[in-house]
Design a protein around this ligand. Structure first.
Ligand SMILES: *Cc1c(COP(=O)(O)O)cnc(C)c1O
Length: 241
């Protein structure tokens, strides 16, 4: 047992070093500053002990895709952690979440944004969000389509206490990361197009894109946040998460 424990601790540490080194090289290839991208450790389904190991290695940004799990971990872990909600969010869960995240990546409807706004006003807190775009038009994925993204941004921008900081996408699951480059490029182009409109209360500074299989390609295409789960914590038991 002790040996096993020791080995996963070593592995998480080594994985983080490896991911960071890959990130550095990708940023360099792209001619980007080293501080222009942040690694989010996606810790869904993983126990507190593993998150603490990553914390010990300097990780402060963690991503979760379920409200209840995020809230439980939020309550148990150090308060300097920046929690990212990256999964599909139901309106009836919004009240539990607001006030606990640094960023909600997965806003894809006006109704959801409205609920977040209502709760933010009630708690007198500001909530930063990203608009999730289904760039690859996969049936199975959430997110607004590219054509409707700008209209959604304009509508959400008028809501009190929510602030759009950029866009997020989940690219298709592929073994060949290069195949996803076009989707990352498309999201970046969309963010440039929206930024040109100079909409009040909207910044297009952040692109959240890239996961274990394709984060280096995403960084070459301008990702500000990469969301890496398996590459840090190992495989998950549930296929759907
Ligand atoms: C699970 C998840 C990730 C991390 O996926 P890995 O392939 O394990 O790196 C990233 N983003 C979202 C939205 C996720 O749900």
């Amino acid at each position: 047992m002790k040996a096993l424990w020791g080995s996963f601790m070593e592995t998480i540490g080594q994985n983080i070093l490896q991911v960071k080194s890959n990130m550095e090289k990708a940023l360099e290839r792209a001619g980007r500053r080293q501080d222009s991208a942040v690694l989010i450790a996606v810790s869904k389904t993983k126990p507190i002990s593993m998150l603490m190991e990553a914390y010990g290695q300097g990780i402060r940004d963690f991503g979760e895709n379920r409200v209840q799990e995020l809230v439980e971990k939020y309550e148990q872990l150090p308060k300097d952690i920046r929690w990212h909600m990256i999964g599909h969010l139901q309106r009836n869960k919004v009240k539990d979440l607001v006030g606990k995240t640094v960023l909600i990546h997965s806003v894809d409807s006006y109704r959801l944004a409205g609920e977040i706004s209502k709760e933010a006003v009630r708690k007198d807190t500001d909530v930063d969000i990203l608009i999730e775009v289904n760039v690859a038009q996969e049936e199975s994925k959430f997110g607004v389509c590219v054509e409707e993204a700008c209209a959604l941004v304009e509508a959400v921008a008028a809501l009190p206490k929510v602030h759009i900081k950029g866009l997020m996408t989940i690219a298709p699951n592929t073994k060949i990361p290069e195949e996803n480059r076009k989707y990352f490029r498309r999201l970046r182009q969309l963010s440039v197009d929206i930024a040109r409109k100079n909409i009040d209360n909207v910044s297009m500074y952040v692109l959240s894109m890239g996961m274990t299989n394709d984060y280096t390609v995403a960084l070459e295409e301008g990702a500000g946040y990469v969301r890496v789960g398996t590459g840090i914590f190992g495989t998950r038991s549930q296929h759907d998460r």
